[in-house]
Design a binder for this molecule. Structure first.
Ligand code: FES
Length: 98
């Protein structure tokens, strides 16, 4: 059973300084995909990157969340969460999610 959209609980996140409302339980990767350009970072050769595997393996979804590098696909949006894309992160530097 689905609820009408007006009754779906939401949380407010801040993406690159812009406040956004997303349904509660949304992953950061899904929230970013809904907002153009839908990318998470820029590669060392300057290419825009976006989530690929969705299961914590590829690390293409690295973003800075509350000042720490995280995997967007493994992180659920929380009220007031500050998310910054294009963090210039190095492969393998993401912090495992609690
Ligand atoms: S999309 Fe591959 S690790 Fe997040």
């Amino acid at each position: 059973m689905t609820r009408p959209a007006s009754h779906t609980p939401t949380v407010q996140i801040v993406v690159n300084g812009i406040p956004r409302q997303v349904p509660a339980g949304t992953s950061v990767a899904a929230a970013l995909a809904q907002q153009p350009p839908g990318t998470t970072r820029t590669s060392v050769t300057g290419e825009a990157r976006a989530p690929l595997c969705g299961m914590g393996v590829c690390h293409e979804c690295r973003v800075r969340i509350q000042g720490r590098i995280r995997l967007a696909c493994q992180t659920v949006c929380a009220e007031g969460m500050a998310i910054d894309t294009d963090a210039g992160t190095a492969p393998g530097s993401a912090t495992p999610c609690p």
